[in-house]
Design a protein around this ligand. Structure first.
Ligand SMILES: CC(C)(COP(=O)(O)OP(=O)(O)OC[C@H]1O[C@@H](n2cnc3c(N)ncnc32)[C@H](O)[C@@H]1OP(=O)(O)O)[C@@H](O)C(=O)NCCC(=O)NCCS
Length: 371
């Protein structure tokens, strides 16, 4: 059989999917028939969760139902609290999440085939695990989930010990909506591979978290934060970034493997940040750094089409809403877990074991096979 080598599987479609359309040349991102950038302006996390997971924007009854379900599934059982508290302080948050989610036993069970209700349990609990761990590592009293706040507002409430202003909740909601799914990226592919063996949803999600731990996939917004810190004031932006490019360093938050034009998520998040967060020093610095970076990248790397990606504006938003740096990538999980779950459900509904192949380039036996 002729085997074609395609290292990295670029451009290879591994499934038909109704969930997300990405066009990196045109700069398009569509969730189930809706422009993601438009959804991010005024829809809630729960509405887009319903769209991505169940296939349609919810009517009032469906929205109330999904919101209530998330609220009722948020609290951590005491055994999981004990596990979180007993983990050594140095365990990274992503490892905590991967380990603790692996122990979740949803009310409706966790065995194959996966269901949307199983997914809701994991989605509901993820922010609580992070907030509880953050409090226990920092020696503060964990804040129990609020019985009436929405999913995003409640996450900020648990982290800050108080509810934040509506504009800040909007900004974080926009980020979480825009990062909810991105077609067959590495972690989503991983989740589909795992469930295609008829393993359970929890195993698929934990494997996806593992894939996201790698710096080539997750992790850029905190590096954008470092860049903004290093620049400090607008006047230094050009000098700092010019030096970096001349040294051969990459400007964090710019360029994308798929988008060769403006990342539609970055454009949408910038719009929401400008309209919902105060005209802070940070916002002004971000706008200036973006403008200078795009100009310098065009000058030094002509034709490479390097524009801000979602991580650039995620850094500004996450910092404005007081999410600590070490929780940036885990916070991304709070939203991408919805996309992973939707893909797991889609894969299991029309399943075929995913089993690619390799071209053998190793040594060959020096005699014919004994028969
Ligand atoms: C995301 C990323 C890995 C995509 O890279 P890619 O599409 O595979 O592009 P390549 O790595 O092939 O780079 C193409 C050229 O653009 C340059 N380039 C790409 N991103 C750059 C950046 N952020 N800063 C400076 N130069 C960059 C490369 O140096 C290369 O230049 P060359 O042709 O002179 O060698 C890359 O843009 C990057 O490292 N960005 C910074 C990290 C980041 O923001 N990651 C979050 C992504 S959501």
């Amino acid at each position: 059989m002729k085997r074609e080598l395609n290292i990295g599987l670029e451009g290879i479609a591994i499934a038909e999917s109704k969930i997300t359309h990405v066009d990196g040349i045109k700069g398009e991102l569509v969730y189930r028939g809706h422009w993601a950038g438009e959804l991010a302006r005024d829809k809630s996390f729960e509405e887009i969760l319903h769209l991505v997971l169940f296939g349609s924007l919810p009517d009032a009854v469906q929205l109330k139902d999904v919101t209530q379900k998330l609220i009722s599934l948020r609290a951590l059982p005491s055994e999981l609290k004990t596990v979180i508290r007993s983990m050594p302080k140095g365990v990274p948050y992503m490892a905590v999440l991967r380990s603790v989610l692996s122990l979740v036993t949803a009310p409706e069970g966790t065995e194959y085939p996966p269901t949307a209700d199983q997914a809701l349990s994991l989605i509901a609990m993820t922010p609580t695990i992070l907030a509880y761990r953050y409090a226990s590592v920092n020696g503060t009293e964990p804040v129990e989930p609020h019985a009436s706040l929405g999913h995003v507002e409640n996450y900020l409430y648990m982290l800050n010990g108080r509810a934040l202003e509506a504009g800040l909740v909007r900004a974080l909601s926009a980020y979480l909506i825009l990062s909810m799914d991105h077609e067959i990226n590495a972690s989503t592919f991983t989740a589909r591979v795992v469930v295609a063996t008829q393993a359970d949803l929890v195993s698929a999600i934990c494997a996806a978290i593992g894939a996201l731990i790698g710096p080539l996939h997750g992790g850029a917004p905190s590096k954008v934060d470092d860049l903004l810190d290093e620049i400090g004031v607008e006047e230094r932006a050009e000098e700092v970034m010019r030096l970096k490019i001349e040294r051969g360093d990459r400007l964090m938050g710019f360029g994308h493997r798929v988008y060769k034009t403006w990342d539609p998520r970055a454009a949408a998040l910038k719009y929401v940040a400008q309209h919902n967060t105060e005209a802070s020093k940070l916002l002004k610095l971000s706008l200036h750094v973006e403008e200078v970076a795009v100009r310098l990248l065009e000058q030094y790397k002509p034709g490479r089409n390097l524009y801000p990606n979602i991580e650039f504006w995620a850094a500004a938003v996450l910092r404005s809403v007081n999410v600590p740096k070490e929780l940036y990538t885990p916070t991304f999980c709070c939203s991408r877990i919805v996309g992973w779950s939707a893909h797991v459900l889609e894969q299991s509904e029309n399943n075929r074991l995913i089993r690619p192949t390799a071209i053998y380039t190793g040594a060959w036996p020096d005699h014919e096979q004994a028969r």
